[in-house]
Design a protein around this ligand. Structure first.
Ligand SMILES: [Zn+2]
Length: 148
């Protein structure tokens, strides 16, 4: 991973673990104080505290994948353990695991998305490093990495 310094300025150190932890707390990965979100999952375009541009984030589908992975392992493990131990009726399973799945998913989405954005910021992905988020095309020009 190369770190580009801007015209004589030393490159800012970006620790991946610290940035992800700050994102996990739904805080700006740079300062750790400003709120990352302006809504439930809407990322603020800039940090209200330090002014870091957060609109470069491209979390896309990654947060739901990670949340499904976590919630699936927790809920299915617990469901199987309860079934083997107590053999409860199906209605009790439904009453337990459906709300738990929904609550866990909604609760985990913001911190997981924040951690992924923190990782993107630390690794200078998608414009977080100062360069535009474009790929060179076959004819040598630049084309958008994500066609709109
Ligand atoms: Zn900040």
């Amino acid at each position: 991973m190369s770190v580009q310094a801007i015209a004589g300025e030393p490159a800012e150190e970006r620790l991946v673990g610290r940035s992800m932890l700050r994102g996990l707390m739904c805080r700006c990965p740079r300062c750790g104080d400003g709120r990352m979100y302006s809504g439930y999952l809407k990322v603020a375009p800039v940090c209200p505290d330090c002014g870091e541009e957060l609109h470069h984030q491209r979390a896309d589908d990654a947060p739901p994948y990670v949340v499904i992975f976590i919630v699936g392992h927790v809920v299915i493990s617990a469901l199987l353990a309860v079934e083997v131990a107590y053999h409860p009726p199906v209605w009790l399973h439904m009453a337990l695991w459906l709300p738990l799945t929904i609550i866990m998913s909604l609760a985990l989405l913001p911190p997981v998305k924040g951690a992924l954005i923190g990782m993107q910021w630390a690794l200078r992905m998608h414009g977080f490093g100062g360069e535009s988020d474009e790929l060179p095309s076959k004819d040598g020009g630049l084309s958008p990495a994500r066609p709109e």
